[in-house]
Design a binder for this molecule. Sequence first.
Ligand code: ZN
Ligand code: ZN
Length: 232
Amino acid sequence: MTGPRPLKALEVSHRAGVRVRSRRARPLASLAVWLAVAYGAVAQPSRPRLALQPFDGFDLELIPELVRTIEQLYAVQVEVLAPQDLPGTAYYPPRSRYRADRLLDGLAAECPERFAKIVGLSARDISTTKGRTQDWGIFGLADLGGRACVVSTWRLGRGKVEESRFLERLHKVVRHEVGHTLGLDHCVARHCLMQDAGGAIETVDRQRNDLCDSCRGALGALAQSASGGPDR
Ligand SMILES: [Zn+2]
Ligand SMILES: [Zn+2]
C-alpha cells in the first residue's frame, strides 16, 4: 500500500452497467431481447472479470472470502486461477523478498485475455522502491488504472493478532489495491479505504472497509467514461 504505480495511459475497466444497445441490432436479436423482457428474463450485463492468482504458499482457504469481499464492493466477477510459483525473476536475494513491480509486470503480461484485472496473492514478503529506500517492504502494490495488483499476507500479522483482525486487514488491502486498478487514487478522507497507509498497519486498522462517498462517485464516473458515456 504505497503509492500506486501510475500508468502513462490510464485504462479503466468496464463496470457492469446498462450498455446502450446498438440501433442496428439485427431484427432477430431485437426480437430475442423483447421476448426476454416480456418474460422478465433479461440477464444482467456481464460484469468484467477479475482473476485471483494465488502464488505458491498462499493459504487457499482465504480465497472464498476474498472473492466475496471483492464482488461485494466492486461490480466485477471474480474467478480463481490455479496456484503458480512466484517468478524467480522477481526474487530479491539481499532481503529474501519479491519485487512487487516485477510481479505486476509478469501478472499483466501473462493474464489471460478474458480478464480485465488480475490480483496476485503472495504469502512471501514483497517490496518496491520508495523514495530513497531501494527496497521497502509493502502490503500491496497496484498499477493505477492498470491491469494488475499484488497483495502479500507477510506483513499483516497472521498468528500475531486475532485471526479476525488479520482477515480484516487482508480484505482491506485487497480491496484497496483492486480500487487502484479500477482507477481510484489515494484519498484523504478520514477512514476511507483508499487512504494511503504509508506502510503503517495502524492506518489499515483505522480505515473502514469501505469507500467514502467521493471515491464511490469517482468510481462511478470512471466506469461511465470507460463504457462510453452516461447510460441512457
Ligand atoms: Zn494505495
Ligand atoms: Zn475516499
